[in-house]
Every structure is written in structure tokens, then in C-alpha cells.
Design a protein around this ligand. Structure first.
Ligand SMILES: NC(=O)c1ccc[n+]([C@@H]2O[C@H](COP(=O)([O-])OP(=O)(O)OC[C@H]3O[C@@H](n4cnc5c(N)ncnc54)[C@H](OP(=O)(O)O)[C@@H]3O)[C@@H](O)[C@H]2O)c1
Length: 332
């Protein structure tokens, strides 16, 4: 089968199309023919991880160390990137009960990756379910990463209908899903912060207001929010305090040890809290997201599609920044 592999860390130039052995499902596994996969933040980071220092990594140093050991110290252990996918089951192991050949499925392989490939195997208990009926494979593959991360991060707080939420980084993979979940699932009033060229995109996702981070500092505009979710951690708790309501929460998807200490301190003192959120993933989450997609509460916007053979071009395009929606890799 064809797969895009990388055997050294580096620029998108390290990605190349190659013939590799087709995997065989174990007793509890399903074999999936991948129809579409997405280029997400994790793919760009994993491809270049050998050149990313602990200081450059958006998480505390021990997390960087664990990630480096898991990805491979000198060269990548797992040569095939791609974690979010949509496709079709073509074979199942003897013990598999929930899936059969022909089932249209979508899923998220997390750090196991493996979706830049014509076929991949997953345990039937993994983060894989029947895909939403109202999406084609390209649309479906765009959803799992951002929606699973945003859902798990927002679940750390008890967001109530009518509350005011600001999402800093609203145009990215996690932020664009967080805007839709906050607005259409939780019923919040949403302000999105992003770059000027992405303001219309964020509005189209359902944001009530959009702020261009280059033109306006949201911590200085006099508005207050029940929740400030910062995806990249570009703001700070101290600067955001006056933009939070008295019981407001400052929620971080990216953080360092300093913010973990601030979280511990804020849990003991004061009414405004800082929460550093780590997302997990599960099939239950994906089933829940499938229902939201089918109810029209989460939509997907694709920026560009590339064939598998042009995965390197897809990465070069993603690295330029400024995508409006998800970059998709299509398989024949
Ligand atoms: N906590 C967890 O479990 C978890 C899981 C996965 C990932 N993460 C973290 O999430 C981050 C990746 O998120 P993602 O996939 O959504 O990234 P992404 O798709 O690259 O999006 C980044 C977003 O940040 C915005 N941005 C850039 N500069 C900004 C600034 N100065 N002020 C405000 N916003 C700015 C971008 O806006 P424009 O494009 O409009 O400029 C875009 O909306 C990483 O830091 C990663 O470590 C955390």
C-alpha cells in the first residue's frame, strides 16, 4: 500500500510517498481503508519534533521529555503521521463485534498516528465509530481533532447558557471547534479572537463578536467574560483578571510549569480561577460529537484538499499559517 513516511525530523521536505506493507488486523482490530485525513497541529509538531526545544514546546518541560521519548529521540519511531481520519472498514479480526466490512467510520489515533496511509489498523475499543451520515469523508476527517480537544477542554468548566466566553485563537483547529461548541452546545455568548483575515471565518462559525488580536487588546476593552479560553496561551492570567467576572475562569489549552503553579495557587485563593486543561479522547466523545454534527451544531470548513502524494505541499501550506478551516489529505 502507499503511505507518506518520514524517517528523519525536519521541514515538510522529509515527507515522501512510499510503498509499505499493508497492516493485518489482530483479533481485536479493524482494518480501515483511509479516505481522508487532516493536517493538524500535532502532525506539524511530530514531523519536526527533533528540532523543537523544551522552551519552544507549548507545554511543561516534563511533557516535552515524554513526547520526545514517545516520538523518538534522534529519529521518528513511527514513520507515518496523521491522527484524524475518515474511511471504511475493509476487514475485522475474529473477536471484533462492533464493526464489519463496509462500515463507514471516522476516528482519532492520537499519538499512534498512522493515517497518512491507504490502510490503518485500530483496536475496536479505540477512538473510532461510525461516521456522521451527513458528512462526506473529507468533511468528517476535519472534525475529530479540534472537536475532541475542544470538548474535553470545555468540560473542565461548567459553562452555562447565556454566559460570556472569549476564545483567544478562535480560528485554529481547537478554537474553531470551541466556538461552535460554546455557542451551539452550551448556549454561551461567544467572542472569538483571531487574525484579521480570519475574522469572517470565525463569524461564520457562530461567534457573536470577533476581535482582531493585532488591532485590539481584549484585556483593555472594558468587557468582562465568565470564561476566557486561551488556546496558545498568548495572554496571561494577571492581564486577564480585569476581563474576568468575579467568579470568572481563565482556561488554558497550552501552558508551562508557571501556569500549573498559578492554577494550584488560584484554587486556594480568590474567586477567579486558572485551569490548565489536558484533553483525552475516547469513542464516547466521538459518538457525542457525531450526534452534534448530525444535529447541525458542528460544521466543518475545509480550507484546501491535497492528494496523498502532495502531503509535503499540504504541510508547507499549513506552516505558512492563516488557514481558514482544515487542510485535508485525500486518498484515492
Ligand atoms: N491541552 C491539550 O490537551 C492540548 C491538546 C492539543 C493541542 N494543545 C495545544 O493547542 C495548541 C494548538 O492549537 P490548534 O491546533 O488550535 O492550533 P492552530 O490550528 O495552529 O491555531 C492557532 C490559533 O492561534 C491563533 N493565534 C496566533 N497568534 C495569536 C496571538 N498572538 N493571539 C491570539 N491568537 C493567536 C491563530 O489565529 P490566526 O491564524 O487567525 O492568526 C489560530 O486561531 C498548541 O499550543 C498545543 O500545545 C493542547
Amino acid at each position: 500500500m502507499k503511505a507518506v513516511i518520514y524517517t528523519e525530523y525536519g521541514t515538510p521536505g522529509v515527507l515522501r510517498l512510499q510503498e509499505v506493507a499493508k497492516p493485518t488486523p489482530k483479533e481485536n482490530e479493524i482494518l480501515i481503508r483511509v479516505a481522508a485525513t487532516a493536517v493538524n497541529y500535532g502532525d506539524l509538531i511530530a514531523r519536526n519534533f527533533g528540532h523543537i526545544s523544551a522552551a519552544e514546546f507549548n507545554m511543561p518541560s516534563p511533557f516535552w521529555l515524554l513526547a520526545r521519548l514517545s516520538f523518538g529521540w534522534r529519529k521518528p519511531k513511527n514513520p507515518i503521521l496523521g491522527s484524524a481520519f475518515s474511511g471504511e472498514v475493509t476487514a475485522v479480526g475474529n473477536h471484533v463485534k462492533r464493526f464489519g466490512p463496509g462500515d463507514p467510520v471516522w476516528g482519532y489515533t492520537g499519538q499512534n498516528m498512522g493515517a497518512y496511509s491507504e490502510y490503518l489498523c485500530m483496536s475496536e475499543g479505540g477512538t473510532v465509530t461510525i461516521k456522521p451520515a451527513n458528512m462526506i469523508h473529507e468533511e468528517a476527517a476535519a472534525v475529530p481533532y479540534g472537536a475532541i480537544m475542544a470538548l474535553n477542554i470545555l468540560r473542565k468548566v461548567a459553562l452555562q447558557p447565556g454566559q460570556k466566553v472569549l476564545i483567544n485563537g478562535a480560528s485554529g483547529g481547537i478554537g474553531s471547534a470551541a466556538v461552535q461548541l460554546a455557542k451551539f452546545h452550551y448556549g454561551a455568548r461567544v467572542t472569538g479572537v483571531c487574525g484579521a483575515p480570519r475574522m469572517d471565518f470565525v463569524k461564520s462559525l457562530g461567534a457573536d463578536q470577533v476581535i482582531d488580536y493585532a488591532q485590539e487588546d481584549f484585556t483593555q476593552n472594558g468587557e468582562t467574560y465568565d470564561l476566557i479560553l486561551d488556546i496558545l496561551g498568548k495572554s496571561s492570567f494577571s492581564r486577564c483578571k480585569s476581563s474576568l467576572t468575579p467568579n470568572g475562569i481563565y482556561l488554558l489549552a497550552s501552558f508551562k510549569t508557571k501556569q500549573l503553579l498559578q492554577m494550584a495557587w488560584s484554587s486556594l485563593t480568590g474567586r477567579q480561577k486558572l485551569i490548565c486543561a489536558l484533553a483525552s479522547d475516547s469513542a464516547e466523545d466521538l459518538i457525542f460529537i457525531k450526534e452534534l454534527v448530525e444535529a447541525g451544531k458542528i460544521k466543518t470548513i475545509i480550507d484546501r484538499c491535497y492528494p496523498l502524494a502532495q502531503a509535503a505541499e499540504a504541510h508547507w501550506y499549513a506552516e505558512k499559517g492563516g488557514k481558514k478551516g482544515v487542510i485535508i489529505i485525500q486518498l484515492p
